[in-house]
Design a protein around this ligand. Structure first.
Ligand code: GLC
Length: 345
């Protein structure tokens, strides 16, 4: 509508003006092609993780399939982006050339295509490569071969698709080992796709306190830096079966006292100050509170963290859509409205 009106105005002004205006207008319409990492980060805006689907050992193993309709629901709720965790390491050869399984790649392509068609910005990551965390040197070649294949495969895809080489590096993939491997992954991706937006975060599970130990190639400015925020951990992970000792935390509330909110503010201020000094845009790729916490506390915490991130200009993605942290109940086919509204008031 707007485009047509503006172009019509242009044609009255003469052919050269019309052409120039058309070019400008089309450039304006393609607002989803990020000029730089800062614009890329702004496009992420508010997002949600499609968790427990494609990063399960096999899709469906954890009770959820990445259904096309979820992406429509996510878009219609008002989210701008979606982060898609994928366990690529379970779908590739164990020996060189470590070929990706073609059927699985097609399946991921489909999900990404549906998300892009919904006008969502997509962060496609590599999740749960546990062997890499245990033995980074032994798995380096395979990890880089995965990214070589993925970068080539996606190089002609829309610029609204961003690549995130590794979710939550930890274990033997420590600060130093990860900074070195991240640089290698970046070099691998750049060889195929120099302008793709790449999302990278620190070791120690992408925790904000490890941002200062993440060394990035200074000259590469098409990076969005990510971190995850689950503090206080005893609140967000109470009763989480995959965390040792988490049962003892059951009943931990989050009331939003001055002390509680100040702690979150301090953590995020520190992350933002680091990013400022590095001239890098920031993205909180995961935050959320597991279902064992009481609903009021979870809603309060979710609302507070989302606003605290926004106040600092940090883009975010909630962990996650439809499982244990979920803002959507796939069995009932309904939003968990209070949690969704805490994110998108
Ligand atoms: C990380 C883990 C994921 C877990 C989430 C919250 O993303 O990879 O499995 O559910 O953090 O603990």
């Amino acid at each position: 509508m707007n485009l047509r009106r503006r172009c019509a105005a242009g044609s009255r002004a003469g052919p050269s003006w019309a052409a120039a205006l058309l070019v400008l207008t089309l450039a304006g319409c393609a607002t989803t092609t990020p000029r730089d990492a800062f614009e890329a980060q702004r496009l992420l805006g508010r997002g949600v993780n499609l968790g427990n689907m494609l990063e399960a050992p096999r899709e469906g193993d954890w009770g959820l399939y990445a259904q096309d309709d979820y992406l429509r629901l996510i878009r219609e709720a008002g989210f701008q982006s979606v982060r898609i965790p994928v366990r690529w390491s379970a779908h590739a050869g164990e020996e060189a050339p470590y070929a990706l399984d073609a059927g699985f790649l097609e399946r991921v392509d489909h999900v990404v295509r549906v998300a892009l068609a919904q006008q969502l910005v997509v962060v496609l990551n590599l999740h749960h490569y546990e062997e890499l965390m245990d033995r980074p040197a032994a798995h380096r070649a395979r990890f880089l071969a995965l990214w070589d294949q993925l970068a080539r495969h996606y190089r002609d895809w829309p610029a609204r698709l961003y690549l995130e080489p590794c979710n939550e590096p930890h274990g033997a993939l420590d600060d130093q080992a990860w900074s070195a491997l991240a640089a290698d992954a970046l070099r691998t991706i750049r060889a195929a796709d120099p302008r793709r937006i790449v999302v990278l975060g620190p070791a120690n599970w992408n925790t904000a306190i490890h941002l200062p130990y993440l060394t990035l190639p200074e000259e590469d400015r098409r990076i969005v830096v990510t971190f995850h925020y689950y503090e206080p951990f005893a609140f967000t992970h109470q009763g989480a079966p995959w965390v040792r000792g988490a049962d003892a935390w059951k009943g931990t509330a989050w009331s939003g006292t001055r002390e509680e909110t100040a702690r979150i503010g301090r953590d995020l201020d520190r992350a933002a100050a680091w990013a400022d000094a590095q001239r890098r845009p920031l993205y909180c790729g995961e935050f959320g509170a597991y279902r064992e916490g009481d609903p009021d506390s979870r809603e309060r915490w979710t609302y507070f963290v989302a606003r605290a991130l926004e106040e600092r200009g940090i883009a975010w993605a909630y962990w996650e859509f439809g499982s244990g942290f979920g803002i959507y109940d796939p069995d009932a086919g309904q939003w968990r409205a209070p949690l969704r509204d805490a994110l998108l008031p």
